[in-house]
Ligand binder design. Structure first.
Ligand SMILES: [Fe+2]
Length: 163
């Protein structure tokens, strides 16, 4: 217990294999979250049509919340002893969200955001089994909060498509 490296080694009660698996899952969630953030901000800038004001304002609330979440996810990865991805190249490789080309019509933007919100929720949900097995409560708490917000936001967006 008195090796030189022990001073810097991480020992939070989660084995290395689980820590790395959780950090990898959180990196995928960070990539989805960043892609979703950027898509939402893009649509805030470029939305047009009779629902401009509603959607412009709604998208702002969504990208603002999404922006704040990026930091929580990245810093959880760091607390688990791994490096957080932080480049477009890494995000493009890790994300499950397809980049949007051009400027879609307003209701198509809503449909694309629903898909991206649901995809991000699924990425978070996928990670639960290893997190529960490792008794990683802080990550479980973070995942619960993220799933709640993505599912709620998807519901609000879906409601816009109904009469
Ligand atoms: Fe703005």
């Amino acid at each position: 217990m008195s090796t030189k490296s022990a001073k810097h080694a991480i020992d939070i009660g989660i084995n290395e294999k689980d820590r790395k698996a959780i950090a990898q899952g959180l990196s995928a969630l960070l990539a989805d979250s960043y892609s979703l953030y950027l898509m939402t901000h893009n649509f805030h800038w470029n939305v047009t049509g009779p629902h401009f004001n509603t959607l412009h304002t709604m998208f702002m609330a969504q990208y603002t919340e999404q922006w704040a979440a990026l930091d929580l996810i990245a810093e959880r990865i760091r607390a688990l002893g791994e490096h957080a991805p932080g480049t477009y190249k890494e995000f493009a490789k890790l994300t499950s969200i397809e980049e949007v080309a051009g400027t879609p019509k307003a209701m198509e933007m809503v449909r694309l955001l629903i898909k991206a919100q649901e995809s991000t929720a699924r990425t978070a949900r996928k990670l639960f089994s290893v997190v529960e097995k490792a008794k990683d409560q802080p990550t479980a708490d973070l995942l619960t909060q993220r799933q709640d917000i993505h599912e709620k936001t998807a519901w609000m967006l879906r409601s816009l498509l109904e009469d």
